[in-house]
Design a protein around this ligand. Structure first.
Ligand code: NAD
Length: 484
């Protein structure tokens, strides 16, 4: 293993009402998926500590929500600069608790810095509208007003981006937060809290807890102080959280699973398609909600395409992110390996061919080879179940409408890709594809300046852009006449 000059702190406690505290419900190990070793410990909250976190966020809300919006923004922008100063340490932290490569880990921190900075810059730009009055001398003002305490619950696959997106938008809007971060990546959450605290975040504005996920979520969403929920994670957990939010009419933003199709039309350049989509498929070991998972390829290109994709898949060097030459890292845990192995076996049983990969690696840690399945029948589970790993299916088509129907057959609706220079094909696919984030001849990254959200099993609501900040506000209408 090459020497990494930074030795990050891989432990995490709870942060409640401006203080780091040990969890009263014991510790869980923080495991490096790259070799299976324990690299730190995460502190688990008990009921009273979760209650204290909610109370602290509620107590901090009046002052935070009435602070000058641009001053709130300054704290986010300062946090962005501090994170930039700690880039090496932050990347080393993510690498150790996610199994990512150095490049993926650094890329994620850079995106998180942009996210904090963008939301900081735009905190002071949340504007209302003035409407004409309904009587002489009267006016009407519609003003976005922060909702209150936000519950933020995040997944492990992009631990820094997901946390900074949620905190950036909620804090810019003037809300306070109880953050239940994934206990697979606690040290990344701790480090982001560190930079916010160093940037001057007042006590109680963000409170970080870890704990029994189901119990903690249930407790937070039962609290009358909590007015909004922002969740990124699996569709199954998202549906459960939506049920928990409903009785208190907690306003949800749900960023859930994805199963991106790629339609490759007959005029596409195979090398361009592969060079463009492979980083999205095999980066972060395929554990991304926008990862291309189902390639529908025009029959005239099909065999050449499969061959080229196999060559690309076999070009990756699997290993620990700290090993020289690693181009693909580990998956998060054994559960991911089991799910991927099941999808491969099921596809094989139903007639698909395993063209590349399909196996785990015989070494400590959680590794699954970049895997390409061809001639996959529609009834194989991989065609409708999110693989969330370095696994993709390739299917030939001759008729465009048929390809679109197959692409739309998965219950998700988030990212989708099309490769063609034919305008009529572009127009047809963009109009008919059931997707909310479409890349034409390119990928479709989620950047801080644009609103993005899923449909169907991919969720609802938006993150990013001013819409992402406005998600945590309510428009209040004030109709005024000058004379009493
Ligand atoms: P997950 O749903 O298992 O966990 C997400 C969060 O919910 C974690 O904090 C976890 O501790 C918590 N949680 C887990 N089980 C829970 C339960 N029963 N009740 C309440 N909370 C619970 O998801 P994951 O495995 O961490 O992440 C992978 C999923 O996230 C994939 O489906 C992926 O597509 C999705 N994702 C979506 C986006 C997006 O922007 N749409 C981005 C990243 C990841």
């Amino acid at each position: 293993m090459s020497a990494n000059p930074v030795t990050p702190n891989m432990n995490a406690d709870l942060f409640i009402d401006g203080a780091w505290v040990r969890g009263n419900a014991g510790n869980r190990p923080n495991v490096d998926p790259g070799d299976g070793s324990t690299v730190g410990a995460v502190s688990m909250a008990d009921f009273d500590q979760v209650q204290a976190a909610i109370a602290a966020a509620s107590k901090a809300f009046p002052a935070w929500s009435t602070m000058l919006a641009s001053s709130r923004g300054e704290i986010l922008k300062t946090a962005a600069r501090l994170l930039e100063h700690r880039l090496d340490e932050a990347a080393a932290t993510i690498l150790l608790e996610t199994g990512k490569t150095q490049a993926d880990a650094r890329g994620e921190i850079l995106r998180s810095i942009q996210t904090l900075a963008w939301n900081g810059e735009h905190a002071g730009r949340v504007q209302g509208t003035i409407f004409p009055g309904i009587a002489p001398g009267s006016t009407r003002r519609s003003t976005p007003t922060p909702l209150g305490v936000v519950a933020a619950i995040t997944a492990w696959n992009f631990p820094a981006v997901l946390i900074t997106r949620k905190l950036g938008a909620a804090l810019a809007a003037g809300c306070t937060v109880v953050l239940k971060a994934s206990d697979f990546c606690p040290a990344t959450a701790r480090l982001i809290m560190d930079v916010l605290i160093d940037a001057g975040l007042p006590a109680g504005v963000v409170n970080l807890v870890f704990g029994d996920s189901a119990a903690v979520s249930e407790q937070i969403l039962a609290a009358p102080e909590v007015k909004a929920l922002t969740f990124t994670g699996s569709t199954a957990v998202g549906k459960r959280l939506a049920e928990l939010a409903a009785p208190n009419l907690i306003r949800p933003v749900m960023e859930l699973g994805g199963h991106a199709p790629v339609i490759v039309w007959e005029d596409a350049d195979i090398e361009h398609v592969i060079a463009t989509t492979a980083p999205a498929k095999f980066g972060s070991a395929g554990q991304s909600c926008v990862a291309p998972s189902r390639y529908f390829v025009h029959e005239s290109l099909y065999r050449d395409f499969v061959e080229a994709l196999v060559k690309k898949a076999e070009s990756y060097t699997l290993g620990h992110g700290n090993e020289e030459g690693t181009t693909m890292g580990a998956v998060a845990h054994q559960g991911r390996i089991d799910a991927l192995a099941h999808l491969v076996q099921d596809a094989r049983d139903k007639g698909a061919t395993v063209e590349a990969g399909g196996e785990t690696l015989d070494r400590p840690g959680f590794y699954f080879q970049p895997t390409v399945l061809s001639d996959v029948p529609a009834e194989a589970d991989i065609m409708t179940e999110e693989p969330f790993g370095p696994l993709c299916a390739v299917v030939p088509f001759s008729d465009l409408d048929d390809a679109i129907t197959q692409a739309n057959a998965a219950p998700y609706s988030f990212a989708a890709y099309l490769f063609t220079d034919t305008i009529s094909v572009r127009n047809t696919v963009v109009a008919k594809l059931n997707a909310s984030n479409i890349g034409v001849n390119q990928t479709a990254p989620s950047l801080p300046d644009v609103p993005l959200g899923g449909l169907g099993n991919s969720g609802y609501g938006y993150e990013g852009g001013l819409e992402g900040i406005l998600a945590f506000t309510q428009l209040r209408l004030v109709s005024e006449t000058a004379h009493a």
